[in-house]
Design a protein around this ligand. Structure first.
Ligand code: UDP
Length: 231
């Protein structure tokens, strides 16, 4: 792979605390992304917002407004993680689909290509910029738009299972599974709109546990402990 999109959920960033940021986790991600960039890979990053806020199901609140808070949470996450990346010597830029003043740049494919030429890691904050979507969909959209070779999907579980291993101890993990099978078996990988875009645009997913040492670097090599979702 030459260009990848790394997707981290907000909760993954929070480590065991579940909320806010876990400095050790962010530092571990930064060290691994540094290795990828040093090896010549171009890395885009999408981070969720679930460690602060999710828009769905908020009582006494308009959904669009609630989702705007969620999108802003992803901007905060990207600012934090971008700083963690800079602390290990990486150059970074944060792009959003809406204006956040001087805090971020507006997303454009040309700007992304220029940033990658300058060996910067590009953060895609703010999701799709629209309510009723998730950062999973934002990640697939950006991966497709920037012609990424695949999405590295960091989770709190080490791949895709045929049933929930927390409930079924004999659940089996797939090394490889097609997105068609994921959809047919209704396996929980990414949400439906994100899955459909992956399928239509032939964007493979590399799913692994963020907590496992070196898992991001391993996933980028294609030889890793996890699941490849083929398209
Ligand atoms: N969000 C949105 N549009 C997008 C992406 C995200 O409205 O394109 C909002 C939505 O409210 C969502 C929140 O941002 O609940 C955080 O994103 P997500 O739930 O995907 O975060 P994750 O679960 O990956 O931490």
């Amino acid at each position: 792979m030459k260009r990848v999109l790394l997707k981290l959920s907000g909760e993954a960033l929070a480590g065991d605390k579940g909320k806010g940021f876990d400095e050790t986790t962010c530092g571990m991600v930064a060290d691994q992304v540094r290795q990828l960039v040093d090896s010549g890979l171009e890395v885009g990053v999408v981070i969720g917002g679930g460690n602060f806020w999710r828009g769905a199901g908020k009582a006494n609140m308009d959904r669009t407004r609630a989702d705007q808070i969620g999108m802003l949470a992803t901007v905060m996450n990207c600012i934090y993680v971008s700083e963690a990346f800079r602390n290990v010597g990486l150059a970074t830029t944060i792009m959003t689909p809406f204006s956040v003043g001087s805090f971020t740049e507006l997303f454009s494919k040309d700007r992304v290509n220029t940033a990658f030429r300058h060996k910067k890691v590009v953060f895609f904050a703010g999701g799709t910029g629209h309510p009723y979507f998730s950062t999973d969909t934002g990640a697939v959209l950006r991966a497709v738009e920037i012609d990424a070779d695949g999405i590295l999907l960091a989770k709190n579980i080490d791949g895709v299972y045929d049933s929930d291993p927390a409930i079924h101890p004999d659940a089996r993990r797939y090394d490889t599974i097609s997105l068609e099978q994921v959809l047919a078996k209704k396996l929980q990988v990414i949400d439906l709109s994100a899955s459909l875009m992956c399928q239509q645009q032939k964007m493979p997913l590399y799913i692994f546990a963020l907590k496992e040492e070196g898992s991001i670097v391993a996933a980028a090599s294609g030889n890793f402990h996890g699941t490849i979702v083929t398209v």
